[in-house]
Design a protein around this ligand. Structure first.
Ligand code: KMT
Ligand code: NI
Length: 227
């Protein structure tokens, strides 16, 4: 009986699969799972309509990533969230993927809101306010646990990109990007708003080109990407 010792598998080290789990951040969604996005006309009369150009000009996942947007596809069907919870402790997350993104990125505050005529007093006025073009001095992080809506972001040529965000989408917009939000014609979005540190939702309406967050974004993202 001959025994050959397997020298190819080290036994003292942890298996590669386990090490990966401990050190690697949750990979973002592959391109095919990113939300549909397109260039909008400069002027809109109905903010909740699709507002596509004709012919439509689609925007790729790659173009969105170049603007500093991050995106993960989540399993929103297997976990339930309250209609409204202000705040909602992200430590209470049961979804392992959400727990890992939370820990990777240091999200230690959350709340959950439902933007719908029955759940948000002054619905139409609030939706109009969300649609004012603005920046924040922090990342904007939204996990859509139900419904849908549009996040519009300015591209490097100052054109509007409309991103159709739906249930299961977790998207982050970088600090300093000009953006706005609206519900779509379904008039319902159920969203978890995550934050790192004490939440500051203050919008700085455009123009605010001298705001340090805007300056930082322009230097880091727009000037980097311009050829
Ligand atoms: C925003 O940033 O405008 C909002 O949070 C709107 C509701 S959440 C999709
Ligand atoms: Ni915002």
């Amino acid at each position: 009986m001959s025994e050959t010792k397997d020298t190819t598998t080290p036994t003292t080290e942890e298996p590669e699969s386990k090490k990966m789990k401990l050190s690697e951040p949750v990979p973002q969604a592959p391109d095919a799972e990113w939300p549909e996005a397109w260039i909008m006309p400069d002027e809109v009369t109905d903010q909740k309509a699709l507002n596509k150009l004709s012919p439509n000009v689609p925007v790729t996942a790659e173009a969105m990533r170049e603007l500093g947007i991050a995106f993960w596809k989540m399993d929103a069907d297997s976990f339930t969230y309250p209609t409204k919870s202000i705040p909602w402790d992200p430590k209470d997350a049961l979804d392992p993927k959400l727990m890992q993104i939370r820990d990777d990125r240091g999200y230690n505050y959350a709340d959950i809101i439902t933007v719908h005529p029955d759940h948000l007093p002054g619905y139409e006025d609030k939706v109009k306010a969300f649609f004012e073009e603005h920046i924040h001095d922090a990342e904007e992080i939204r996990y859509i646990v139900g419904g849908s809506g549009f996040f519009d972001v300015r591209d490097k040529d100052d054109k509007w990109i409309r991103v159709h965000i739906k249930k299961g989408d977790l998207m982050t917009l970088p600090e300093g990007i000009y953006h706005r939000f609206t519900t779509d014609e379904a008039d319902m979005i159920h969203a978890m708003r995550l934050f790192m540190g004490l939440p500051v939702w203050t919008p700085f309406n455009r123009p605010c080109d001298e705001h340090p967050s805007r300056v930082k974004f322009v230097e880091a993202v727009l000037e980097e990407k311009k050829e």
